[in-house]
Design a protein around this ligand. Structure first.
Ligand SMILES: CC(C)(COP(=O)(O)OP(=O)(O)OC[C@H]1O[C@@H](n2cnc3c(N)ncnc32)[C@H](O)[C@@H]1OP(=O)(O)O)[C@@H](O)C(=O)NCCC(=O)NCCS
Length: 186
């Protein structure tokens, strides 16, 4: 388990994998689950390197597949620690897919995995502080704080909405939606 502060560069990890035909979905493109699994692996490697401890995934924020990945593409996932809390780390993952025949590289997605470090007794453990070496690293750290605050705010608002839910009050909202009420609502 590491205790001294570490640079972002210290734990940066890239995984590169060729997309073989067995990774394809029924439409012939690469299955989203294959990419998620690779993202989880690279996040684990990066967080474990930073902390020097066993890490588990707590949460995944925004996985938007911007463009499809094709069979035969060489996918690279670059992971960096963007933020550290006490036991948690936010790992930013940048995914690109290269067509190995023509060399065209497309950016397929960015995602943020929150990982926590555990000690040998399966208890949460403190991770090293992060050394920010340039303006970009400071920007990512601050963005992670904002994302964390927004997530907390969204969770609180959803909780409040659930508490005051009344069927008759949401009926006008549903009028604009593509659904049909198939039971007697009053
Ligand atoms: C992660 C886990 C230990 C958190 O437990 P908890 O009782 O909420 O603990 P805490 O409230 O002390 O949170 C611990 C840290 O996780 C962070 N955290 C907890 N839930 C979070 C969430 N949904 N999103 C982001 N961060 C989260 C907290 O902010 C805290 O960070 P800090 O130590 O840097 O301040 C618990 O939810 C767990 O064991 N989950 C299963 C993880 C796992 O096994 N993953 C593998 C996939 S199945």
């Amino acid at each position: 388990m590491h205790t001294h502060p570490r640079t972002v560069a210290y734990s940066q990890v890239t995984i590169t994998e060729l997309m073989i035909p067995s990774y394809a979905n029924f439409g012939g493109k690469i299955h989203g689950g294959i990419l998620l699994s690779l993202m989880d692996k690279v996040a684990y490697a990066c967080a474990t390197k930073h902390s020097g401890a066993y890490c588990v995934t707590v949460s995944v924020d925004t996985v938007d597949f911007l463009q499809p990945v094709e069979v035969g593409d060489l996918v690279s996932l670059k992971a960096s620690i963007n933020y550290v809390g006490n036991s948690s780390m936010v790992v930013g993952i940048h995914v690109v897919a290269e067509n190995v025949k023509d060399g065209v590289v497309k950016h397929t997605n960015n995602s943020y995995f929150t990982m926590v470090a555990k000690d040998d007794n399966d208890k949460l453990t403190t991770v090293p502080a992060l050394i920010l070496s340039d303006k970009e690293e400071v920007r990512r750290f601050v963005e992670a704080i904002h994302r964390k605050d927004l997530k907390k705010e969204a969770a609180e608002r959803m909780q409040a909405t659930k508490k005051v839910f009344q069927l008759e009050k949401v009926m006008s909202l549903l009028e604009k939606e593509r659904c049909e009420i198939a039971f007697a609502a009053n």
